[in-house]
Each structure stands twice: as structure tokens, then as C-alpha cells.
Design a protein around this ligand. Structure first.
Ligand SMILES: [Zn+2]
Length: 481
């Protein structure tokens, strides 16, 4: 009898039938919805799959078992005794009899799994892992990947590297979260996994490598900003300050622009054995021109504190000069609409000391808190054209907010999408979208969803073909036996 072997197939939302072993389960992107009733019709869900068993009428199992495995092959979740309903076999399945399951959802976490609408047919799954289906006379693996269909084809799996930098409130103090260094490392791991669980819906993970993490003191006042404020040219004067117990007096002719003045200062510093780097800031919304920053360090790269000369930093009445200070005890002064592109002086002083110059890693900077309430995270992205990019700043509340807020996943979204905007900026409130600006619902209908358009945009803006790739393909590896 030819129908002896039982075969397993998948049926997607459009009704396409494929061999289970060559098919992929994609992590769920849409909120819970009611179960479709007619098993012979396309169920319409872009991610869920029905599993179809085919074989001789008397051999078909009545129930299927499902184990969800991570990529080490360890079971992380499962569904027991999944009901099978007999249907006529689809055209491409040559068998005496066929039966299908309800559409099964592979989801990121318990919030999605335990919602009453979908509880019966949802299983926690991990990008790069697999769903192992078994029943009477049958065992098959379906790997878990990103979306099966997109304008750019199937999205299997990509990885993005993160570097966590925890900034203490004061030198030698405790890390901003976690209590101890070990506690901070645990939180970093958890947060990285949690952000990845949502981005897994686009086939993107942040977990493809060991945790990179540093705990650092706030930097000294190592940054001098020329043209701070409005970026106006000089009326003529002298910039006077102290660095490394040396006195500096750099004369600036009338008409000099901040970028040229900054280079004069840098030259003076280098001439006396110090390292100086110049960064030209883009123009602020209200500024006449851009300011330029100079960071000062010793030969080994250790930032050096700057002090204004007792007679004053500069007497120039148009081109102002400022020294940046980081004081996290009163919160980090964060950018507003006017200086969003440039960052505040305090932010630049902090972030330029932290930046390791690796443009293909996203720096995740954790600070004790932001000044002026409300904000818990912000991002510096390439589209802004600033000299700070691919940096996310999160405060204690953004981490403590935990699963309810997904602050890191949201801010990473700005960087990967290279877009400072939010879908609700245009008046359409979509509180289930991860990139919604103001949603904070801790349920399965909270801000946690990524659209297929966002997955495609992340791949275009930050994928391997982008000018500055932040995502590298990470092909699936064979599961250990
Ligand atoms: Zn945002």
C-alpha cells in the first residue's frame, strides 16, 4: 500500500501548501485575532501556519505534539495534543486522507502566548530555533525565521552588534542599574534578549555573539565647543583655558567661522603634546551656522579636564565658546526639537568620550536618568547627518520599565530604520506599533508590533547593502541532535 508513510505539510495564510521540512515558521508580527473557523479556506494570517498530515485514512494521527526548540536544541516551550480536523487533500498532496491543525502562531513571549484569543494555538519560539512536530509515525522540524514573504524576498536571519556602556552617576559609584557590576551585566543580557524577541519578527537578533559591555565613570570636562549656541563667526578675540596644568591663549581673527577657530585651538593643543579631535556639528534649527567641538585627551587617549582661564574663556561677543560638563546627579540634559540633530552640550561631552569609532556597532548607553521628566530613551541616527550616530541612550526607568515599555527595542528601531519619526506623528494613532511614540500598554495589544514595511526598511537602511551596514546575514546553523 503506497499510503503507508505519513507526510507533514504546512499551509500558510494564502493557502499555499509546502513540505514542512522545507518550510519556515516566522515569528508573529500581528496582534491576537479570533481563530478562523473554516479549515479548508485560507486563514489570512501572514505568519501563522496550519500543519497538515497526509497518509492512509487509518494511519493518520488524531493529535499532533509540538516542541519549540532554541538553536541549541533545548526545548523552551510546547503545545500538547493539537487537534487535527479532516479536510479534502489539497491538489499537490497525493494521499488518501488529510487533516489540519488550527493556524499555529510562533510568538516572542508569554504576553503574546497567553492572550485568551490565541492561547490554544500559540507557542513561544526563538529566531533560529525550530518547531519539532511529532505524532503517530511522524516527526519533522520546521525552522523559525523572519518573514517568509517581503518585497525583498524571504528574510531568514540577521544579527546586529550592540555594545552596552553603563555610566556611573559619579566616579567610582555604582552602575546606574543592577546595583553591582554583575547585576548590570545580567540586566544587559536580559534587555538585549527582550529587544531581540520583538525584532525577531523581522528576522533580526542582537544576540549573535558574546555580551559587549563596559561600566564607565562620567568623563571630565574634556570638550570645548566653539560657536556654541548660534554658530556665529568671530568678532575677534582670544580663547583662554587651562588643560593638563598648561595655559592656552588662542587668538581668533574677526570673521573666523567656528570650524576654522576650532582647528586653531586643536593645533595649539597638539603643539604642546596633547591630543585634540575636532567634530563639526550640523546646524541647529535656530542656529546661523554649525558649532565645532574639540575633545582633548592625553597621548594614551585618556580625556583631560579643561578649565576656563580665570580672566574668562573668551571675550568674543558673537562667537561664544563653552566647556561641556557631565553632571548625571541632576540627570542628563537631553535634546529637544531644536537641538535634536546636534544633541545637547552635555550629551556630546558624554557620548564623544564613549564613542569607540566602530560605525557598525550600535552603542547602547545607560545613564541614571534624564533631566526634565518624561523621557526614558533617545537615539542618534545617521539620517540626522550629525557626527554622533548609531547611539541609543536609555535611562534607569527605560530598563526598569521592562516588558511594558520596550524602550530599547523602540530606540534601536529609530537607528535600524534610520528614521526619527513615529507612525502617530501623522495623526494616525497605532498603539500596537513598536514605533508608536506614546503607547505604554503592557498587554498583547501594547506597542510591540513591526510591520512588514518596517522590516523591509530596516533591511534597506541598515542591511548588508546599506552604505554603513548594521546587520549581517546569519545563516541558520544545523540544530544539534
Ligand atoms: Zn521614538
Amino acid at each position: 500500500m503506497e499510503a503507508k508513510a505519513i507526510s507533514l505539510w504546512t499551509v500558510d495564510g494564502k493557502g499555499s501548501v509546502a513540505r514542512a521540512s522545507g518550510s519556515h515558521a516566522s515569528l508573529h508580527r500581528t496582534p491576537p485575532s479570533t481563530e478562523p473557523t473554516d479549515p479548508t479556506r485560507p486563514h489570512g494570517d501572514p505568519d501563522a501556519l496550519r500543519y497538515l498530515v497526509a497518509g492512509g485514512e487509518s494511519e493518520l494521527p488524531n493529535l499532533l505534539q509540538l516542541d519549540s526548540l532554541d538553536e541549541k536544541g533545548t526545548a523552551i516551550d510546547g503545545l500538547r495534543d493539537i487537534a487535527l480536523v479532516q479536510i479534502p487533500c489539497p491538489a499537490q498532496v497525493k494521499a488518501e486522507a488529510c487533516a489540519v491543525t488550527a493556524p499555529i502562531r510562533a510568538v516572542a513571549d508569554d504576553i503574546d502566548k497567553l492572550h485568551p484569543l490565541v492561547r490554544r494555538r500559540s507557542v513561544r519560539a526563538k529566531l533560529g530555533g525550530a518547531l519539532r512536530l511529532h505524532g503517530k509515525g511522524l516527526q519533522d522540524l520546521v525552522r523559525v525565521t523572519g518573514p517568509r514573504r517581503s518585497a525583498l524576498g524571504a528574510i531568514e536571519r540577521y544579527r546586529t552588534k550592540l555594545r552596552f556602556v553603563f555610566v556611573r552617576a559619579s566616579p567610582g559609584g555604582a552602575p546606574p542599574v543592577g546595583g553591582t557590576d554583575a547585576g548590570a551585566a545580567r540586566l544587559a543580557l536580559q534587555t538585549r534578549e527582550q529587544a531581540g524577541s520583538l525584532w525577531g519578527a523581522c528576522g533580526i537578533t542582537f544576540e549573535g555573539g558574546p555580551l559587549r559591555m563596559e561600566i564607565v565613570d562620567p568623563p571630565p570636562a574634556h570638550l570645548l565647543s566653539v560657536g556654541c549656541g548660534h554658530g556665529l563667526p568671530a568678532s575677534g578675540g582670544t580663547i583662554r583655558f587651562l588643560a593638563d596644568r598648561k595655559r592656552f591663549a588662542v587668538s581668533i581673527p574677526a570673521g573666523t567661522r567656528p570650524d576654522a577657530a576650532a582647528r586653531r585651538v586643536a593645533q595649539a593643543l597638539r603643539a604642546r603634546g596633547l591630543s585634540a579631535m575636532v567634530f563639526d556639528n550640523p546646524r541647529m534649527a535656530a542656529g546661523a551656522g554649525g558649532s565645532s567641538d574639540i575633545t582633548v585627551s592625553d597621548r594614551r587617549g585618556k580625556p583631560i579636564a579643561l578649565l576656563p582661564d580665570p580672566s574668562g574663556l573668551s571675550e568674543d561677543i558673537t562667537m561664544r565658546t563653552c566647556i561641556g560638563h557631565v553632571n548625571l546627579e541632576d540627570g542628563l540634559q537631553h535634546f529637544g526639537d531644536i537641538d535634536a540633530v546636534v544633541g545637547t552640550l552635555e550629551e556630546r561631552t558624554l557620548l564623544r568620550a564613549i564613542d569607540d569609532g566602530d560605525p557598525q556597532t550600535i552603542d547602547v548607553v545607560l545613564v541614571p536618568g534624564f533631566g526634565r521628566g518624561g523621557r526614558i530613551g533617545e537615539s542618534f541616527i545617521g539620517a540626522d547627518g550629525g557626527t554622533l550616530r548609531n547611539i541609543v541612550v536609555i535611562d534607569r526607568a527605560g530598563i526598569r520599565g521592562g516588558r511594558a515599555s520596550f524602550t530599547l527595542a523602540h530606540e534601536l528601531g529609530h537607528v535600524l530604520l534610520d528614521d526619527p519619526g513615529h507612525p502617530d506623528d501623522f495623526g494616525i494613532d497605532t498603539p500596537t506599533r513598536l514605533m508608536d511614540a506614546d503607547a505604554s500598554d503592557p498587554t498583547a495589544f501594547g506597542p510591540r508590533r513591526l510591520s512588514i514595511g518596517e522590516c523591509e526598511r530596516a533591511l534597506r537602511q541598515s542591511g548588508p547593502k546599506a552604505p554603513l551596514p548594521l546587520m549581517a546575514p546569519w545563516p541558520l546553523e544545523l540544530l544539534p541532535r
